[in-house]
Design a protein around this ligand. Sequence first.
Ligand SMILES: [Zn+2]
Length: 130
Amino acid sequence: MHSPAERQTACMDHEVGHSPPRGLPRVPAEEANELLSDLAGKPVELGENLAMSSRPTTCPACGSSKVEDALRYQLDGLGREEVHPIVWGEGHALADTYVCKDCAAGWIEGSKPHPITWVRPWRSEHMQGT
Ligand SMILES: [Zn+2]
């Protein structure tokens, strides 16, 4: 289900919204084993307690499927002051952060379901420059 944000509040020029928890999609065990075996070049099997999560399939703000891993932007040298604090997780920077290419929303989502707080735009453009 593509659930729109339950409520939205204005925060300066950023829009902040909340979405119910959903958890990241799990990669089925057989598929994960196949993928890992391909990568390793030999048969690999995940233990029973291990699971692979894939990235979110939809944006919690607009429902678009154009979801991207924000870590990529960090590798491009994006610093803490250039992103909204909501999407900069304490300690893990942009590790669990995803962004929407359609509406520029950003949010943090892990493999365990937690309520989602998203912000858009996720970049703090106005804080850039001198
Ligand atoms: Zn979106």
